[in-house]
Write a protein that binds this ligand. Structure first.
Ligand code: URA
Ligand code: SF4
Length: 193
C-alpha cells in the first residue's frame, strides 16, 4: 500500500464529490494546527467564514475556541483542529448521516497521520460520530473513554456556549480536565509511541 501522507489526503479532499456538500462549497476545510499534536479537537463542519477562508474555526465560534484553549495554556502549537465534515452544510444545518459517513474516512485518515493521544469532540455531532450514535452531550460530556489507545472526551461546542452562557462553567471544567490529562500524558515522556 502507498504510504500515507498529507498530500494524498489533501488531493483526495480537494477533488472530493462523495456527498452533496461539494456542490455549494467555496473551500474544502481540512484542518489547522500542529500535525504532530498530542491533542485533536473535532468540530462539526465548516460555517460561512470557514468555507470562505478554507480554515476551521475562524468565525465567532473559533474566536471562543481560541480563548478556551488559551484559558488552560493551550494553542495551535500543541493542538490540531478538524471537523466531522469538510464542506459546509448549507445554512449551517447539521450534516446528514450519509454526509458524515462519506466524510469520516478522511478524518480517520487524518487521525492516522496525526496519531494524537487525546481526542476532544466539540459538541453533539462530533461526539455522536466518534463516541456513540446515541451520545447525549449534556449528560455524558466531561467523561473520558479509552478506545484504540486514544483518550476521548466530549465537551460543548463553542457555538453552544455563545447561545447559552450557563454552559460556560461546565465547559471550563471540561477544559481543565483536558489540560490535566494532557499534562499527565506529556510529562510521561511526551513521546509518540
Ligand atoms: N463550527 C464547527 O463545528 N467547525 C468549524 O470549523 C467552525 C464552526
Ligand atoms: Fe467529500 Fe467530505 Fe466534502 Fe462530502 S463533505 S464532498 S465527503 S470532502
Amino acid at each position: 500500500m502507498a504510504q500515507r501522507s498529507w498530500e494524498i489526503l489533501e488531493s483526495a479532499c480537494y477533488s472530493c464529490k462523495k456527498c452533496r456538500l461539494w456542490e455549494m462549497r467555496t473551500h474544502v476545510v481540512i484542518g489547522k494546527g500542529n500535525r504532530n499534536a498530542d491533542i485533536l479537537f473535532v468540530g462539526e463542519g465548516p460555517g460561512e467564514q470557514e468555507d470562505l477562508q478554507g480554515e476551521p474555526f475562524v468565525g465567532p465560534a473559533g474566536k471562543l475556541l481560541d480563548k478556551m484553549l488559551a484559558s488552560v495554556g493551550l494553542s495551535l502549537e500543541q493542538a490540531y483542529i478538524a471537523n466531522v465534515v469538510k464542506c459546509r452544510p448549507p445554512g449551517n444545518r447539521d450534516p446528514h448521516d450519509d454526509e458524515k459517513e462519506a466524510c469520516l474516512n478522511y478524518l480517520r485518515y487524518q487521525l492516522l497521520l496525526i496519531r494524537p493521544k487525546i481526542i476532544v469532540c466539540l459538541g453533539r455531532v462530533a461526539a455522536q460520530s466518534i463516541i456513540s450514535p446515541t451520545f447525549r452531550i449534556t449528560k455524558e460530556r466531561g467523561q473520558w473513554i479509552e478506545r484504540k489507545g486514544y483518550h476521548i472526551i466530549a465537551t460543548y461546542h463553542p457555538s453552544a456556549l455563545l447561545r447559552d452562557e450557563t454552559k460556560k462553567r461546565p465547559a471550563w471544567e471540561d477544559m481543565k480536565t483536558i489540560r490535566a490529562k494532557w499534562d499527565e500524558i506529556t510529562t510521561n515522556g511526551g513521546q509518540k509511541e
